[in-house]
Design a binder for this molecule. Structure first.
Ligand SMILES: C[S@@+](CC[C@H](N)C(=O)[O-])C[C@H]1O[C@@H](n2cnc3c(N)ncnc32)[C@H](O)[C@@H]1O
Length: 266
């Protein structure tokens, strides 16, 4: 499968910020409670983006864990490295494309995570094999991604505003099915955990900011709904009208993120 998608730095950071401001629960806390990495753990984060999970592990282990983050996007890696420099470079940030052999030896890591990224892999069984290869026997792989009931309100509003079906997302359409099955086949055991986080928007503006940072042309995920900047703006106006109407009707807009956390043991 060829996936055109690419993450864009500003859009990713915008979405992270909106979760922080309007979310009722903290996904970092959920993840760290599930994993509880040992203080001296050797940890790899694949698709690390600007380093969100790497910095979380660093803080949780009081700087004692040996942490590596890998990503394919040089701009996001640059962000991660500049934050890392402020802390004295405790984390290794490397170029890693999960569509190619990882530049890492076998059986190295106690914990490996891949948060909101694995579904962008072109060949899921290949990427899962690479993830399995670099983990120590008994090591744990943790992945996160959207479950089928994720962000119902968001998709309903876009569907109504555009009058078109939602394009199949490489993420939500495969994460709880083909990807989970592939992990189950490769690992000795897999647990499925669910994290639900309602994002409550008192006005439409933050919802529209979130929508812009999701539909953004540069991400190449929503190309079936608009082509070019003008059509994008026209669609955004329609989305604003539908969101405004729903907000008046219900008093607030609640968009619930439903995330699956898979913990697999090698
Ligand atoms: C939604 S972001 C999540 C980033 C980070 N894990 C977080 O939660 O903030 C998805 C990440 O997957 C990365 N990614 C996409 N394709 C990739 C590939 N082929 N190899 C490695 N990383 C990739 C993107 O560059 C981006 O950093």
């Amino acid at each position: 499968m060829k996936i055109e998608y690419q993450e864009t730095t500003n859009d990713l950071l915008k979405r992270i910020d909106i979760h922080k401001q309007f979310g009722g629960r903290d996904i970092d806390q959920w993840m760290i409670n599930l994993l509880r990495p040992a203080m001296d753990a050797k940890i790899l984060d694949v698709g690390c983006g600007a380093g969100k999970q790497c910095f979380l592990y660093h803080e949780y282990t009081d700087g004692k864990a040996d942490i590596t983050g890998g990503d394919v996007n040089p701009e996001l890696l640059e962000k991660a490295r500049s934050e890392n420099a402020k802390k004295g470079n405790p984390i290794k940030f490397i170029e890693l494309d999960f569509n190619q052999r990882f530049p890492l030896d076998d059986n190295q890591f106690d914990i490996e995570s891949c948060c909101f990224a694995i579904y962008y892999a072109a060949d899921i069984p290949f990427t899962i094999r690479e993830m399995h290869r670099v983990l120590k026997p008994g090591g744990r792989l943790f992945t996160t991604g959207p479950m089928p009931t994720n962000k119902k309100v968001f998709y309903e509003i876009i569907k109504e505003a555009s009058g078109k079906p939602i394009p199949p997302m490489p993420g939500s359409s495969r994460y709880s099915t083909a990807i989970l099955e592939t992990i189950r086949a490769a690992f000795s055991s897999v647990e499925v955990h669910i994290f639900e986080n309602p994002l409550t928007f008192p006005t439409v503006e933050p919802f529209l900011d979130y929508t812009r940072a999701s539909l953004s042309e540069d991400r190449k995920l929503w190309t079936s709904l608009f082509s070019g900047k003008d059509e994008f703006e026209q669609l955004m106006e329609k989305i604003a009208a539908v969101a405004e109407r729903r907000l008046k009707q219900d008093g607030q807009l609640v968009m619930t993120k439903v995330v699956g956390g898979f913990v697999a043991i090698k």
